[in-house]
Write a protein that binds this ligand. Structure first.
Ligand SMILES: NC(=O)c1ccc[n+]([C@@H]2O[C@H](COP(=O)([O-])OP(=O)(O)OC[C@H]3O[C@@H](n4cnc5c(N)ncnc54)[C@H](OP(=O)(O)O)[C@@H]3O)[C@@H](O)[C@H]2O)c1
Length: 278
């Protein structure tokens, strides 16, 4: 029970001013898919909050370019190539990251993909397996390896980037939606597994205008966003508030949560068929 407020104590303990609860100084954050889109925005925001950042994607030159940009702002940064759908590459990544940085305090499973297909019967076994490998199987392995080390050490925060597609699937993203629904279930299970020292949460973004959007039919998107409460898709920088919150002590009592950041998309009526005149 806390003591009743008598007007003399500070409203918050002195160290926890509004800004300092988001401070990540002294922490190490590993972000997959950090070379563009949401991952780049998240990695940059963690650097701004004081964290050292480990930049991961399939392409080492892209990772090195982002890491060099961070170092130019006096941020400690590392660059590692890893295909997150492949467990042997994930195991190498984890070993190399701990060897160079000694710790990981924040893990963001952000890398993901959603390939287009013509019709459901055209979804090949290879496509299905790839979608599950990159979006679910790899993130599970990374959580398992890093989460156990966090739990045995100083604790930490794991953030899985899911999608509103997990809870509002549409015909064009069935394998992806199924994999992201798995990410949601995995997040809740891992929060139980790694508590009390490690928090595990997911962010469910709605449509964001990242490079993924290059494949989208913009007329369909415009018709869809018209039904969103905020009437538009998101910009990558608009994921930062949720990612900083979940990574930091601001979320010290938040775990197993699926946080939606979607401009109201989850509650809109998906009028995709009407927009396509189907
Ligand atoms: N944008 C949206 O509308 C939206 C909506 C809901 C959920 N999401 C989720 O948000 C996350 C980020 O999406 P985004 O839109 O920012 O994507 P993006 O702009 O396409 O960026 C993807 C990032 O992931 C990396 N990547 C892709 N495949 C990889 C793999 N197999 N192994 C390692 N890295 C890989 C890419 O770098 P390389 O190509 O160099 O490997 C890049 O850094 C994904 O999980 C996505 O499902 C996005």
């Amino acid at each position: 029970m806390s003591t009743p407020y008598d007007g003399t104590q500070p409203l918050l303990p002195e160290a926890e001013t509004a800004g300092s609860v988001f401070d990540l100084s002294g922490r190490v954050a590993l972000v997959t898919g950090a070379t563009r889109g949401l991952g780049l925005a998240i990695a940059s925001s963690y650097a701004t909050a004081g964290a050292a950042v480990i930049v991961v994607s399939r392409r080492l030159p892209s990772c090195e370019q982002v890491a060099a940009g961070l170092r130019a702002r006096s941020v400690r940064a590392g660059a590692f190539a890893c295909h997150v759908g492949r467990w042997n590459e994930i195991e190498r990544l984890v070993e190399a990251a701990y060897e160079e940085f000694g710790r990981i305090d924040v893990l963001v499973n952000n890398a993901g993909m959603s390939p287009r297909y013509e019709r459901l019967s055209a979804v090949s076994e290879e496509l299905w397996d790839k979608v599950f490998a990159v979006n679910l199987k790899g993130p599970f392995r990374l959580c398992a390896l890093v989460g156990e080390r966090m739990a045995a050490g100083d604790g930490g925060s794991i953030i899985n980037i899911s999608s509103t597609g997990a809870v509002r699937p549409t015909a064009d993203i069935v394998p992806y939606s199924a994999a992201k629904a798995g990410v949601n279930a995995m997040t809740v299970g891992l929060a139980d597994a790694f508590g009390p020292k490690v928090r595990v949460n997911a962010i469910m973004p709605g449509p964001f205008l990242t490079s993924i959007a290059r494949n989208w039919d913009m007329d369909v998107l415009a018709a869809r966003t018209e039904t969103f409460a905020l009437r538009r898709a998101g910009e990558a920088r608009e994921i930062v508030g949720a990612a900083l919150y979940l990574a930091s002590d601001a979320a010290s009592f938040t775990t197993g949560t699926l946080l939606t950041v979607d401009g109201g998309a989850q509650w809109s009526m998906p009028r995709v068929r009407e927009a396509r005149n189907e």
